[in-house]
Design a protein. Sequence first.
Length: 165
Amino acid sequence: MARLYISLGSNVNRQHYLHKGLTALEALLGELTLSSLFASKAVGFDGAEFYNMVIGATTELNIVQVTKALREIEFTNGREIDAKKYSPRTLDLDLLLFDDLVLDTPAQIPRAEITENAFVLWPLAEVAPELKHPILKKSYQQLWQAYDKKQQQITTVDFSWSSQL
């Protein structure tokens, strides 16, 4: 069984797509560990505020199967196949970590966004505080403590989701 972490974000009909994304991820992966939900300004473009969280899960699927399934979930939930990198998202699912693998294909693992964006690092530090970054060899809690929190302003948002399991 592999342990993986996924960043989930939305800035279009956010509550709706968060629930749809979580339901689809639970159907794919089973029991999910959820971070708090965070609100942040769009990065890289002018757009509506994003909701973001990180989900932890275990799977018997391989990394190729997981990355393909995440894309299918995005497309099923209104993501355009040719969407620009910095643009509004109904649902954005990024595989952050897959065990302690370090890869460039089929996805960049670990994702560079982990150390670049507060809306990825803070929720990851919540769900996996003692886990160490496979390249930097520091825990996500240590990385979050050292992060320049003035760089990006994010806030927690009240959120509840009922598991279908």
